[in-house]
Design a protein around this ligand. Sequence first.
Ligand SMILES: C[S@@+](CC[C@H](N)C(=O)[O-])C[C@H]1O[C@@H](n2cnc3c(N)ncnc32)[C@H](O)[C@@H]1O
Length: 239
Amino acid sequence: MATTNDSAHPNPVTAPQATIDLLKRLHVQSEEQEANIRLPDKNIGFGTNEVTVGDFKTIMSDKFIALDEDKCQFMYQLIRATGAKNIVEAGTSFGVSTIYLALAANANAADVGGKAIVIGTEHEPEKAERAKRYWAEAGAGVSEAIDLRVGDLQETLKTNLPTVDFLLLDIWTPMALPALKLCQPHMRPGAVILADNPIRSAEGYQELWAYIRAPGSGFQSLCVPYSHGLEMIVYYPPK
Ligand SMILES: C[S@@+](CC[C@H](N)C(=O)[O-])C[C@H]1O[C@@H](n2cnc3c(N)ncnc32)[C@H](O)[C@@H]1O
């Protein structure tokens, strides 16, 4: 995987060195874990015949599965460029990507005023607790910016959503479309959605692609060519 922390490709994230070091450490842990995950076929996923839902959840229950470091840095840049302050994350796990979201949204709020809010979603209570510990360690107002909703996002995102500037879909693919549909009525014109692994998980994302590529949907997307792809979707609500 590409990293962007050398002098030729500096890390765009503005944060105390201790926070940068924490992120680096968490990415390393996540990558080591992922390299050792043994599914019958690494490309299959949740709900397929080969791996039952129960098997998959058990295998993943103590895994980071963090968004790759280079994708996190791109996401940070994008949020800074678009000025997003109200963010929803579908799939928080141990909260690595959430730290980037909070840092970027806080920086935007510091530039123009107002408050940053990052709504995280995590089904597993143990993962949520560990995420909170990392956020406390990340310092710099990270925890304060995050509203973590523990439970099934199909319930937790039903109410109390602000105008959504940015949505990260980093979740088992069957949950991507439900998450998008819950956020869509709240999305500002020009809201940006990132969906991870559109190439590797093309099959799992079929319903999402059908929805966003339907004529008149208001969504426009392209695949940014990171490892396994990173879909960048922009929402222009139909007039
Ligand atoms: C790929 S991981 C997220 C990684 C995280 N974005 C990061 O970069 O650190 C996906 C997470 O989504 C959670 N999840 C799966 N289905 C969910 C649901 N219905 N509601 C909330 N969270 C769910 C899983 O427990 C898992 O921790």
